[in-house]
Write a protein that binds this ligand. Structure first.
Ligand code: GLU
Length: 554
């Protein structure tokens, strides 16, 4: 009669190392008391999801603030879903948001650290050491179940109205005699390796989550697959092996994993590995027709981090927004510490939301507006320039033609106590300011300008013509506004709106209408940044020129 060890040797003839050898190869990390080792473990199956940026941001923050280690592990065991190049692009996008690993997978050809390989597809030999051991102690076994057998099993369970799955009496290969199993393997019958659970779904397992507190969950009794027929492990098993040998102290992952936690606990306990601490982070949700649902890859633009990059939300605005989702006291901290860098905020598990966080794009915008408003024009210019280089080439070309000119445009009502809060993202800027550029102005169709239909064209013409003759830009903002009021009065317009409202019949309009004529003539539309500064930046000659050009079409 063959032994379990014979079976283990038959399946893994080349594995000579033992679990003890692995413990030696990956010794405990030498870190100060309280240092957290966290990781982000993306699967290279597409773009960076907003929810993943959130968990990775929190994970890296926790490691950094405790002087620990944050590393990245690429979970590429699902070869069918893998998208070539997406591992590297995830790393690139994380970098934009300052999520930079101390260790781990950096690119397909580069990794840093002593606990690797950090790409699961390269760790087969390590997983096999542990699986070989589990087989040898009778806690893992080859399962030869075919798709048909599994289907029959499922049908029977449905009929009997019992918990579905591969467990207990339904686990048909669980107690197959070793000799029979070995004969099948020798005959080339395909198989997977399953874990042999000793759990019972009538029992509870107690556990403390760093965020959710004390929990009571149903014990695992499923004989889950740990090694697939392609020789790669499943998530559950890789989690056990990798987080143990990489010495992760805190598993910070999405709460969608909470339901499989009993499996993970049983795996850790079976191996006699110390359980890591778990912090199941809130999943980012969205409200649709009054119902909450997960941000969806398919339905929501904002599910992809690339959307925020393309739109040009400043990274610090987006990070701060994610911090408000992470910790309920972030906003109060920010208000009390306006001049501090957000990195100084101390993130804690206690202040994390217990149920899904709601994604609120309006809030992303308002936080970003606030942050962008307090940027120095020169710094903002650099940010916008580098964004435009990738995402708006036309804008970029205009910026680099004259960077000082562009900086002065950005500086309108900026660098003062109460700056204007016009821009939530870089892509908001060009549509508002492009008229400053002559080629853009020239392309505006002057025949379809939106003149006030209640005012005679002749009056509009007269006001504009007058301004070309009496223009003076060597004035303070106040003096200049007084000159516009005078212009208004000269042509029968009220110099303030109140006056006009009291007696509309007595006036052609009011000073606001006059400003609007000038705005339309200079910018081609009714809205523009502060008109005084628009004129200061364009300069007297250009102002006169543009008004004259426009007059020809009124
Ligand atoms: N690869 C898993 C995922 O992308 C990682 C989950 C974890 O952090 O453990 O969902």
């Amino acid at each position: 009669m063959s032994s379990l060890l014979d079976l283990a040797n038959l399946i893994f003839p080349d594995i000579k190392e033992t679990v003890a050898d692995l413990e030696k190869r990956y010794p405990k990390r030498n870190l100060p008391e309280g240092a957290m080792v966290t990781r982000f473990a993306p699967s290279p199956t597409g773009f960076l999801h907003t929810g993943s940026l959130f968990t990775s941001l929190v994970s890296s923050y926790l490691a950094k603030q405790s002087k620990g280690v944050f590393y990245i592990r690429l979970e590429d065991t699902d070869t069918k879903r893998e998208i070539a190049g997406s591992g590297e692009s995830l790393i690139e996008q994380l970098k934009v948001f300052d999520v930079i690993p101390d260790e781990g997978y950096i690119s397909d050809t580069l990794e840093i650290g002593n606990y690797g390989p950090y790409k699961q597809s390269k760790r087969a030999a390590i997983y096999n050491v542990v699986i070989k051991y589990l087989i040898s102690i009778g806690r893992a076994y080859p399962c030869f179940c075919t798709a048909e057998e599994l289907a029959t099993l499922r049908a029977e369970q449905e009929k009997n109205k019992v918990t579905p799955g591969y467990y207990g009496e339904y686990a048909i290969y669980r107690n197959l005699p070793v000799d029979e199993a070995m004969a099948k393997i020798k005959a080339g019958v395909p198989y997977v390796i399953r874990f042999k659970s000793m759990g019972n779904h009538n029992n509870k397992v107690f556990f403390h989550d760093e965020i959710k507190g004390d929990l009571e969950l149903t014990e695992n009794d499923q004989d889950i697959v740990i090694l697939k027929s392609d020789g790669l492990p499943t998530y559950h098993f890789a989690h056990l092996v990798d987080d143990h040998f990489m010495h992760t102290t805190h598993i910070t992952r999405g709460e969608e994993w909470l339901s499989s936690l009993p499996i993970h606990l049983e795996l850790f306990d079976t191996m006699g590995f110390e359980r890591p601490k778990y912090a199941h982070l809130p999943v980012i949700m969205k409200v649709e027709n009054g119902n909450r649902r997960k941000l969806s890859k398919r339905k929501d633009l904002e599910a992809a981090v690339s959307y925020f990059l393309e739109q040009g939300y400043p990274k610090y605005g987006f990070i701060e927004y994610l911090l408000t989702i992470a910790n309920s006291n972030y906003e109060a901290w920010r208000e009390a510490n306006l001049d501090k860098d957000f990195h100084e905020f101390v993130l804690t598990f206690e202040k994390m939301s217990l149920d899904g966080a709601l994604f609120d794009i309006e809030k992303v915008a308002s936080i970003s507006k606030e942050r962008l408003a307090f940027k120095k024009a020169k710094d903002l210019k650099e940010e916008v320039k580098s964004w435009a280089q990738t995402y708006d080439v036309d804008f970029y070309n205009h910026i680099v033609k004259d960077e000082e000119y562009f900086t002065s445009i950005l500086n309108i009502e900026r660098e003062k106590e109460k700056p204007r809060k016009d821009y939530a993202k870089y892509s908001d800027i060009y549509p508002i300011i492009s008229f400053f550029y002559d080629d853009v102005y020239a392309a505006i169709d002057k025949r379809s300008l939106e003149w006030n239909p209640n005012i005679a064209r002749a009056d509009i013409r007269a006001v504009l013509l007058d301004y070309t003759q009496n223009i003076d830009l060597n004035l303070t903002e106040e003096e200049w506004f007084a000159s516009i009021k005078e212009l208004a009065v000269r042509h029968g317009f009220a110099d303030n709106v109140k006056e006009w409202k009291k007696n509309k019949e007595a006036f052609k309009g009011h000073v606001g209408d006059v400003s609007e004529f000038l705005r339309i003539a200079l910018a081609g539309r009714k809205n523009s940044p502060n008109l005084y500064y628009v004129m200061q930046i364009l300069g007297k000659d250009k102002v006169i020129d543009r008004i004259k050009t426009t007059l020809a079409y009124i």
